[in-house]
Ligand binder design. Structure first.
Ligand code: SF4
Length: 346
């Protein structure tokens, strides 16, 4: 029988489930508080619940949807968690301390079907969508990290998978993560990144005010078709129209992630094309030097090329920030997540 992960329920669903067990509504509120505000790690910590209700929880519901299989720490403070799922798939989350920020990068799928050419996750193929509980529990586990857990103040959906390809589960997870009675993250501190699934992106904009990031990585269709096959379904014209029409809150901008690949997309001509592409969009650009991984055909551009690219964007009055590569020595940097223990451990 499939386990009933208690964290698959939104607050309203939890209330309905608790009522179906014959318990009073306040029991659901108590339980929700234990799960998120207190972030308990065992049912025995829920001391104010009746013994009978606790016994029912023990027998009918599963508290943890993930098990920590391994934690790697890089010299720059980055930590990578490898989680085992109940069906023995693996996923990874990355915790990046960068004071005053401490950001957790969460996964939304085991593997990814979109096959971006520069991404190690893309090369491992698609295993399955994560359930709501498997997304939320990445956050719950990281919040319990003895050194950094209490410092986590922002979340990005930029780990393994395309979040908008797992729309319903991701939206349920977001409801819990941003609920003031749940995990209490402000919408302003949560960013969802997409490779450009336009219909789901439009739905997202009318549903939640979390920040939006677009993995753009190429300024024209010919190049983006090669690097990101999703562009053949949703080409740049369609994607940029959706960005211009995105219902952004005041003072918010869409972040565009651009991985610089040596002699592929990193010339001043590409930068000028990017300037034209972003016209009319409230945008900021994160420039990320490619992080090499075994088997990759791409290389990291020189610092000089990266600065020249940034210069073109800045001269066009765009905000362009060069993001430091974090955690590359433990395979935790952007585009390097592959849950490698799958082959070592199974
Ligand atoms: S970059 Fe993102 S969308 Fe593309 S293959 Fe990697 S995980 Fe999937």
């Amino acid at each position: 029988m499939k386990p009933l992960f208690i964290k698959n329920f939104t607050r309203e669903q939890l209330e309905a489930w608790v009522a179906s067990l014959g318990e009073k509504p306040f029991r659901a509120r108590q339980l929700y508080k234990h799960l998120y505000a207190r972030n308990v790690s065992s049912w025995s910590e829920c001391t104010d619940l009746s013994r009978a209700f606790c016994a029912r929880l023990e027998s009918d519901a599963t508290l943890h949807a993930l098990a920590v299989s391994r934690v790697d720490a890089a010299s720059d403070g980055t930590r990578k968690y490898l989680f085992r799922l109940h069906d023995s798939n693996f996923i990874e989350s990355v915790l990046i301390p960068d004071p005053p920020r401490c950001t957790l990068c969460v996964s939304s799928q085991a593997g990814c079907a979109l096959g971006c050419k520069f991404c190690l996750t893309g090369s491992m193929g698609f295993k399955r969508n994560l359930q709501t509980a498997e997304i939320v529990d990445q956050v719950c586990h990281a919040l319990r990290d003895p050194e950094l857990g209490s410092k986590i103040n922002s979340l990005v959906f930029m780990g393994m998978g395309e979040p908008l390809a797992n729309y319903d589960e991701v939206l349920r997870a977001l409801a819990i993560i941003t609920d003031p009675d749940g995990l209490m993250f402000s919408h302003r501190r949560v960013t969802l990144s997409t490779a450009g699934l336009v219909p789901q992106m439009r739905r997202l904009g009318t549903t939640t005010p979390v920040n939006l990031a677009i993995s753009i990585h190429a300024p024209n269709d010919a190049l983006r078709d090669q690097l990101m096959p999703v562009n053949r379904t949703y080409p740049l014209g369609e994607l940029m129209r959706a960005c211009r029409e995105y219902p952004l809150q005041a003072r918010k901008r869409i972040t565009f992630e651009y991985i610089l690949l040596d002699s592929v997309n990193d010339s001043p001509v590409h930068a000028k094309e990017l300037v034209r592409l972003l016209k009319g969009v409230r945008a900021k650009i994160n420039l990320i030097a490619f992080n090499p991984h075994p088997g990759s055909i791409y290389r990291t551009p020189s610092q000089e090329k990266i600065l020249d690219f940034q210069d073109v964007l800045r001269k066009a009055n765009l905000t362009a920030i060069i993001r430091k590569s974090r955690g590359s020595e433990i395979g935790a940097a952007c585009g390097q997540l592959a849950a490698k223990i799958v082959t070592r451990d199974s």
